[in-house]
Design a protein around this ligand. Sequence first.
Ligand SMILES: C[S@@+](CC[C@H](N)C(=O)[O-])C[C@H]1O[C@@H](n2cnc3c(N)ncnc32)[C@H](O)[C@@H]1O
Length: 387
Amino acid sequence: MYMFLPYMTNDYSIGLYNENVDDIYHSAFGALNEAYEKFVSPAIENISLDKKNEINVLDICYGIGYNTKVLINEVRNKYPDLKIKIDCVDTDRTLMELSPFILSNVNLINRLIHKNKLLKNAKRYSETKKIVELKNKSQTNKISKSVNKILLKNLISSFGLEFLSKDSIKILQNRENDDFFYNSLLNFYKIFLKNRIYLQQNKNKSTFVHNIYYKYVSCRYKYFNDLSLKYTINFIVSDIRRYLIQTDRKYDLIFLDGFTPSKCPCIWSVDFFKELYNHLNNDGVLLTYNKSAPVRKAMIDNKFYIGNTVSDKNKLIGTIASKKISNIKNKLSDKDFGLLSTKAGIPYRDINLSLDNNIIKANREKEVAESLLLSSTQYIKGLKNEI
Ligand SMILES: C[S@@+](CC[C@H](N)C(=O)[O-])C[C@H]1O[C@@H](n2cnc3c(N)ncnc32)[C@H](O)[C@@H]1O
């Protein structure tokens, strides 16, 4: 049975937990804020979007799509003429299908306030203040609902009549999950399903997706047609390694947002970064939240220039990689580079891009154990002695 385990993160956006991998999909500090800080803001800072008419993006490990949603949202507000084509890849089709239904933080907090009569009717100062605080917190970053409509339209285009697998339907039908989904979209899915069965029986499939979509979704949104022409999203259910081997598409922007290397090393190996290098345009950038030594070494071994991404408060939050050194604003220190040449920097290996995660992990552990390189502790001690 598919386990859909949502929880509320610190910015009141919804995060998920994966029981099989025993890892969270999103930072408990805030799923939405993470997408802004670690992916979309550094992307906008480092690609000159004002000089482009169109960009091609690869969203690796799409999940429930925060990075894609926030990117469209930001570009829509700041670069209204820019067209974007996004290829979203994930092995989990159910999450992709659920992604447009997930409430944004603003709607979630309004719903919570509405549901909780004590908060709603609060007269006392402290409780009123609490509501204002909650609202302010949730308003800092938000996703417009029409972004979800764009996703929905593109999901129907990508999956056609197969849109909404049995697992997705079960999750959408489970009343316990209602708090996490848009009511209006839950209504849409019910109408969609009803008509889908009817039309399947009548073999009148060709106009179905078009009609149901325009009847129930897009006509309510004034600028929707125009918007959906600007943003094309391709949903690809695949192991990203298989996808990259068989495509020759190149990208201006790559988001790499997988589970941590110790849980999912197949997307952090030196061989995988070779594929990423080959699929990145010359002035493109790759962004990830990961800043660990084996990942950065794997990038450098593939001739990427790399740097730190930093938050508004100057906190180190991830890594940017590019083929062009001029795209790297915050360079690594000599100490950071030195660490990459210790045992800590030994990368994961997956030469044919086909190994199981457990094998990749065990192979690296063996390589580290047998290595004659300095450990990171010895390296840091050595630096202190030099001073
Ligand atoms: C940390 S979550 C991604 C969160 C996501 N970016 C979001 O905004 O919701 C990691 C995702 O990686 C996917 N995944 C794991 N291994 C993969 C692989 N080899 N290829 C593609 N996707 C993979 C999982 O299904 C999961 O959805």
